[in-house]
Design a protein around this ligand. Structure first.
Ligand SMILES: *[C@@H]1O[C@H](CO)[C@@H](O)[C@H](O)[C@H]1NC(C)=O
Ligand SMILES: *[C@@H]1O[C@H](CO)[C@@H](O)[C@H](O)[C@H]1NC(C)=O
Length: 418
């Protein structure tokens, strides 16, 4: 019941919130950084500090490009900022969630014969990922094609659903100790929904070749019942590669493209999240001079030894909320968490590139291993001849255009991370 004392309590709580010393981003020449406010609950970790110390280098490099006229009109003044989820205000977070719900209500543009299971514009992105997963994850495309893919998703949110912000990323370290009670996955109104109901049939995500050889279930696995995406309808999938519970209903088509409306299932998983703590991410960026090493360590190849969470950052980030569709490498973008993860990887790649932009910006890894996650490996004659064709999502562009987020894609890419 609403009483005077609860009103007083509320106002003192609000005063307390206002009273917290908020940290503003210190002076940078990037205009957009002037207004960034950080969440006081999360002091900067080693990766954030590395990023901060890299910013002068980034500014100097962009300034050089501006002088040379190769910046495609991307400048220190008009570059926008992608923020960490917890650094966004609760209003901004709710605006993001509402924009995703909006995309799930818009009609699809993909071919309905080929994808009867694509029920919305949101599903158009899932349909692309599920039919291009092998290419999207090869050594040529893992970074650049995903950068473009996430950017097109961000554009759809902004242009088709009136979202005024940019795609958030997750700093894994903020949530790795206790993802269930984190601002991202605690299931309250400013999260992206909570855990799934317990499903005893769900055991976790197998990790052949690693010790331990499974990311053991965190106790969820069933339908998400709390928070923003508890009424999200998943339709595409599962495919034969799904590692979800056997209780996930089968798709009417063998390739998973049929219509199969069902709930979002999750196992919010600390065992996975602990594989992406700040020390591990820092090592990924700091210990790899060469792209090959960076790529392999990201994928956990060769498997780290004497590490209780030896998954590699890419695997760890995906399975923070596995099951369905998060546990299906083909349809994983069906869980909005996918976009937080791949945006985080984009940020790590960028920090790595910016340590030595001249040498690292266009680096492509060569892969020669038999780990399952490496999928298809190849070395085309020249990466400059590689085209990223987004079909119904957006125009085909040259792979090299996807490597530079400050001026790439004809200047359409013009963003930084904070
Ligand atoms: C949601 O949870 C976060 C993290 O605990 C908290 O900061 C926020 O105030 C909560 N918001 C709502 C609307 O309950
Ligand atoms: C790839 O690895 C195999 C087995 O480890 C090795 O025999 C082969 O020479 C390698 N190829 C290249 C191009 O490095």
């Amino acid at each position: 019941m609403w009483t005077i004392s609860s009103a007083l309590l509320l106002s003192s709580l609000l005063a307390g919130v206002r009273g917290v010393a908020i940290e503003k981003k210190p002076g940078s020449r990037f205009s957009a950084l002037a207004d960034v406010v950080r969440n006081p609950n999360y002091p900067l970790d080693v990766v954030d500090k590395l990023e901060e110390s890299t910013m002068p280098k980034v500014e100097e490099w962009l300034t050089k490009k501006i002088e040379a006229g190769t910046n495609n009109e991307c400048t220190l003044e008009n570059a926008v900022v992608r923020k960490e989820w917890s650094d966004m205000s609760e209003t901004e977070r709710q605006e993001y969630v509402a924009a995703i719900m909006c995309l799930t209500k818009l009609p699809p543009k993909s071919d309905p014969e080929r994808f009867p299971g694509a029920l919305s514009r949101y599903d158009d992105f899932v349909a692309y990922h599920m039919t291009h997963a092998m290419q999207l994850h090869d050594n040529y495309h893992l970074f650049g094609a995903h950068k473009y893919y996430v950017w097109l998703f961000e554009e759809a949110l902004r242009n088709e659903c009136g979202y005024t912000g940019y795609q958030p990323y997750m700093n894994y370290d903020r949530y790795s100790e206790d993802p269930l009670n984190s601002p991202l996955l605690n299931g309250n109104a400013s999260s992206i929904g909570g855990n799934g109901e317990p499903d005893p049939d769900y055991k976790g995500v197998p990790q052949p070749g690693r010790t331990p050889n499974i990311i053991a279930s965190g106790g969820g696995g069933g339908c998400v019942t709390e928070g923003p995406f508890s009424d999200l309808v998943i339709s595409l999938g599962p495919t034969s590669m799904s590692m979800g519970s056997k209780n996930v209903p089968k798709n009417p088509r063998a390739d998973g493209t049929g219509s199969n409306p069902r709930c979002l299932r999750r196992d919010v998983n600390r065992n996975a999240a602990m594989g992406a703590t700040a020390d591990r991410v820092f090592s990924l960026i700091n210990d790899n001079e060469e792209m090959d090493g960076f790529y392999n360590q990201l994928l956990g190849t060769p498997p780290p030894r004497n590490d209780p969470y030896p998954w590699g950052i890419h695997t760890a980030g995906h399975y923070i909320a596995a099951v369905d569709p998060g546990g299906d490498p083909m349809t994983s973008p069906g869980d909005p968490l996918f976009y937080f993860h791949h945006t985080a990887l984009d940020r790590l790649w960028w920090i790595w590139q910016m340590q030595d932009p001249e040498k690292r910006l266009y680096a492509i890894p060569f892969v020669n291993s038999t780990m399952p996650m490496d999928m298809k490996q190849r070395r085309a004659p020249d990466p400059k001849d590689t085209i990223v064709d987004m079909e119904w999502l957006g125009p085909a562009i040259n792979l090299m255009e996807t490597h530079d987020q400050l001026g790439g894609n004809g200047g359409a890419f013009c963003y930084i991370y904070v």
